[in-house]
Design a protein around this ligand. Sequence first.
Ligand code: ATP
Ligand code: MG
Length: 454
Amino acid sequence: MAVITTHSTADLDGVASTVAAVKRRSRSPNLIGTLKHRLPAPITRLLHEAGELADRMDLSAYVVGGFVRDLLLDLRNLDLDIVIEGDGIAFARALGRDRKARVKTHERFGTAVVIFPDGFKLDVAMARTESYEYPTALPTVEPSSIKQDLYRRDFTINTMAVRLNARNFGELIDFYGGRRDLKEKTLRVLHSLSFMDDPTRIFRAIRFEQRFGFHLSKETLALIKSAVKTDLLHRLSGHRLLAELIALLCEEEPRKAIIRMAELDVLRFIHPKLASSTRLQSLLRRVEDALEWYMLMDLNPNMDSWVVYMMALMHGLTDQAVADALARLSVPARDAKKIKVGQSTAPRLVQRLARRPPPRPSETYHLLAGLCDEALLLLLATTKSDSVKRQLSAYLTTYQHFKPSLDGGDLRAIGLKPGPIYRKILAHLLDARLNGEVHSESEERTLVKRMAKQ
Ligand code: ATP
Ligand code: MG
């Protein structure tokens, strides 16, 4: 039996506090063992140190949100969000000093990021309440308690916290039934105005629903439906809408999330012409296959799969509609350009690649040169022709990286006079390589000498 010798509630004393502590302990489990077993040792150590530092500064410290949820679900998540009752920025700075880490602060929001020498990042925030001047506005923030801080969050499963102060290290704080909802696989908002305050939560609901295979509570679903009807989502800024959309499209199975967005009638806030159809659904399946192949081939790790999904989602819209949708979402110019190019060139290019007899490798190369991998993957997903697929995969895996062995310096060494002719010769060498007409540096030299004579 646990013997309670310490009083953890400052506003109670004597017997009352002991009783309160016993009651609370029997209700709130301690996760000290879970933390120890499920986290890498340096992380557990960091959490202990954060708690000890908070003790020295006379602050209360908690790790909160997605980290706690995933800890209970036994899913790996090392995104630490620490909330401090009191001056979070001072805490972050002190932690930075102790651990020789860099600290970036946002005074206005009372938040900071601690960046450790090995690159590991830790978010620190002061406990705060948020109020919304008008629906969809960015919230006004004020310092407050952990309880208030957790109340402003999206779903009960994200409202749990773990105490870090040494005396109660590991204690689970669950004011809003997060653990019950986690067990029942339920997504539930904390109050009925939640989606009015912040309609991006609708996208977050879809994201968590699909990721964890959870369901929306009856009230939460009804609240989403009525928020969607109010058209409040039209007032949401493009940046915020895009951020949530990208987060959705970066999940394991964006196809299901897109279908769910259509079901809940939120695609129209991106563009009125967007809707789910069997054609879209089968295109999305082929996008999945194309991406899976791309990952297996271990190609460019910087390829943005969300861009491919976005192209697929907009496939079939007119160029104008695509431009409008991208503007609505404030898609950054670089990504917008990729999406527009992929959209407008896909059908034409697929047609040209499909011609009989099939293009030679050098022709395929010139048709596709300059297209980003995202657009090429969209092409791969839109075509049913095996010949076109073969050309696209050859281009993605090899053609686009082809270079002749010789360069300008070699041409000079061979005795050719520098000039515009160099570009022509090198281009010709590349074509010859692609078409398998030359296979080695010495064959290239022979070809160059023959060209020089002509
Ligand atoms: P993920 O695993 O996708 O990162 P997460 O729950 O950690 O999920 P974040 O977007 O990283 O989500 O946000 C961290 C925490 O901040 C959430 O757990 C939630 O408590 C809170 N939060 C984030 N966005 C919102 C929002 N729009 N409204 C209310 N609370 C939010
Ligand atoms: Mg997170």
